[in-house]
Design a protein around this ligand. Structure first.
Ligand code: PGA
Length: 252
């Protein structure tokens, strides 16, 4: 049985002061929800204060990106051991990083391997663009992203990895994939590919999330599918009135 997983990706929103307000609004609603792994991914500057506010709760903290090297002359970058002091999770290869910051399947792979090496759980994002979707090559694109992203990941580590399927055309657009369409990719392409790569049992341990315009009003539709293990939530994770019901939907 895979434990449902819901992560909030705050992107480049919330100062420390604003983060404190959001955590204060979220905590009363989130702390008594059982059976869901809940993770908040604030910007780097808020990781420490958010981690402090979440201490003693079961809610985890994640980062939105990192470098793959453990240290070095990389001005402006953050290394895995720096995150590992405060975080258990790290989002890797979000489509905004691929689109605006030159991330490739190769850099995603280095980061996934570095996360594992430093004891962080990578939340590896994959998903096709609108053009790729309309060209009918979703399967090729997602297959390549998963294969290359996981290159060199050993069987003993695969079970703890989280994969987020986020069709780029659904992110921040208000136009979510249909639950049926998301399931077709998650079950039919990603989990099937993991089974080819690692065998059925290990493939059955990997949490695979849907992301892209998940809201309180549509989350339950995705979670009805046994292969959709939760959600990576962007915009709606910035509002307690949206995020709390999404987590509740994952619990039920
Ligand atoms: P969205 O973003 O929920 O705002 O569409 C999802 C994501 O980018 O992870």
């Amino acid at each position: 049985m895979r434990r449902p997983f819901v992560a909030g990706n705050w992107k480049m929103f919330k100062t420390v002061a604003e983060a404190r307000v959001l955590i204060t609004e979220l905590l009363p609603g989130l702390t008594d929800i059982q059976g869901v792994e809940i993770v908040l991914c604030p910007p780097f500057t808020s990781i420490l204060p958010v981690a402090a506010l979440l201490e003693g709760t079961a809610i985890g903290v994640g980062a939105q990106n990192m470098h793959w090297e453990a240290s070095g002359a990389y001005t402006g970058e953050i290394a895995p051991p720096m995150l590992a002091e405060f975080c258990k999770y790290v989002i890797i290869g979000h489509s905004e990083r691929r689109a605006y910051f030159g991330e490739t399947d190769g850099s995603v792979n280095r980061k996934v391997l570095a996360a594992i090496e430093h004891g962080l759980v990578p939340i590896m994002c994959v998903g096709e663009t609108l053009d790729e979707n309309e060209a009918g090559i979703t399967s090729e694109v997602v297959t390549r992203q998963v294969k290359e992203g996981l290159e060199g990941v050993e069987a003993q580590s695969i079970g703890s990895i989280v994969i987020a399927y986020e069709p780029v055309w659904a992110i921040g657009t208000g136009r979510a994939a249909t639950a049926d369409g998301a399931n077709a990719v998650i079950a039919g392409i990603i989990r099937a590919l993991l089974a080819q790569m690692y065998g059925d049992e290990l493939a059955g341990m990997v949490r695979i999330l849907y992301g892209g315009s998940v809201k309180a009003s549509n989350a339950g539709e995705f979670f009805r599918y046994a292969d959709i293990d939760g959600a990576l939530v962007g915009g709606a994770s910035l509002q307690a009135s949206e995020f709390i019901p999404i987590v509740k939907a994952a619990a039920s």
